[in-house]
Design a protein around this ligand. Structure first.
Ligand SMILES: Cc1ncc(COP(=O)(O)O)c(C=O)c1O
Length: 412
């Protein structure tokens, strides 16, 4: 086909899947602001402000807190490629799809990957992970915090403590949970954490906030090899193996984001504007208020789903408040229900992966999308779509139960 394609004209949707979710209009506005040169003092000031803002979002004192350009897995890849030297033992506790992703990236980074697995729908009793750590003595433990595929979050504090005892670095993927759950990077002794914008931070995919402490810094800096064309005179290479990826080389990225301002890539200007505004949105509401809103919205949604006669998926003690797994009732065409919600109501909910494909739906209430209004709309649409596909929920029960939960000030 030749000729000029027609302009894109995306349909209005309510995105209530596991991400991306609807972007806060403030963030869209920020993205339309004019370009600045990457070494314009105004822009480098924005970079510094972004670092400071994400220290607050991550609730950390880590100096090294900045953005990796790319979607959330760019942050994962930067962390793992920069920390794992070929042959290092890496332990990955897997309790869902994204644990497998960490194992895959750790393996591609040259790690000798050891995995332990928990059934999807559960998380690790920390003692089990700690026993494996003591036995395998990994250099790095890579663990997902909130696995969107199963909707559960792994408690990390005890694992963090045990990592210190064996001198391992703890990397945690908080793509799904940052901005939706109270995460304590320093208190839990997480050495490196990464995230993405497109979930509880209410932004578009394409930027991955990262934070890491001085333990991680020491290991990264040992591997510092500055690109020839920008190497300052007299600069020495570190004694460690050169980081295999140039784009995700945290040692060089630190020089780019610090006062050294050694050129690396061209910072993705509009994504930095987006990330800056995402942080402002969360910090203006206040972290504790944001977490309380996610929890309240989750209570309304789960009350509604239960009242409809639906079963929630997974160990509810570890459920993330920002995404809810729902067991697809027996004999119901799960994809048919999702298709109808999208076509007739413009509402997207998610399916899942691997062993959960076709077994659960996932309903996201994240960031800008975490509101009672969205829950009520979604429950109404779900009830009608289920009825059309042969599952009779008590009429109006879901919406009524959610309204009652939202009205219950004591519980809310
Ligand atoms: C927990 C988790 N980790 C990693 C990713 C990968 O993120 P991206 O698709 O932005 O690269 C996702 C995406 O859904 C996720 O939920």
């Amino acid at each position: 086909m030749s000729g000029v394609p027609r302009p894109l004209n995306p349909s209005p949707r309510l995105l209530m899947g596991p991400g991306p979710v609807d972007v806060d209009p403030r963030v869209l506005r920020a993205m339309s602001m004019p370009m600045l040169g990457q070494f314009d003092p105004e822009f480098t000031r924005f970079m510094g402000e972004t670092m400071a803002a994400y220290r607050q979002v991550f609730r950390t004192a880590n100096r090294w807190t900045f953005l990796i350009d790319g979607t959330a897995r760019a942050g994962i890849e930067a962390a793992l490629a920069s920390l794992i030297e070929p042959g290092d033992t890496v332990l990955v506790p897997i309790f869902g799809r994204f644990g497998h992703l960490l194992a895959e990236i750790a393996g591609r980074s040259g790690g000798r990957v050891e995995t332990i697995e928990a059934e999807w729908g559960t998380v690790f009793e920390p003692g089990r992970a700690i026993e494996a750590m003591r036995r395998l003595r990994p250099k790095l433990v890579a663990c997902v915090h909130g696995d969107t595929s199963t909707t559960l979050a792994q408690p990390l504090a005890e694992i963090g403590q045990a990592c210190r005892e064996i001198d391992a670095i703890l990397y945690a993927d908080a793509t799904a949970s940052l901005g939706g759950m109270d995460i304590r990077v320093d208190e839990w002794r997480v050495d490196v954490m990464t995230a993405g914008l497109q979930k509880c931070l209410s932004g578009p995919p394409g930027s991955a906030p990262i934070t890491f402490n001085d333990r991680a810094e020491t290991r990264i800096v040992r591997r510092k090899h500055i690109e020839a064309g920008i190497r300052p005179e007299g600069a020495q290479n570190g004694p460690g193996r050169r980081i295999q990826s140039n784009y995700f080389d945290l040692a060089m990225l630190m020089d780019y984001w610090s006062e050294a301002r050694l050129n690396h890539h061209t910072e993705a200007t509009s994504m930095l504007y987006a990330a800056h505004e995402c942080a402002r949105v969360v910090l203006e509401e206040g972290l504790d208020a944001v977490f309380a809103r996610h929890a309240r919205v989750s209570r309304g949604l789960t009350a509604g789903l239960r009242a409809m006669g639906l079963e929630l998926f997974g160990d509810q003690r570890h459920k993330m408040p920002n995404v809810t797994g729902v067991v697809i009732p027996k004999d119901v065409d799960g994809e048919g229900v999702r298709g109808m919600m999208l076509a007739d109501f413009g509402i997207e909910i998610g399916t899942s992966f691997g062993p959960l494909r076709g077994r659960i739906w996932r309903i996201g209430t994240m960031g800008y999308g975490a509101s009672p209004r969205n829950v009520l709309l979604c429950l109404g649409a779900l009830e009608a779509s289920l009825r059309a596909k042969g599952f009779r929920a008590p009429a109006g029960a879901g919406v009524d139960a959610a309204l009652a939960a939202f009205a219950n000030k004591a519980a809310a």
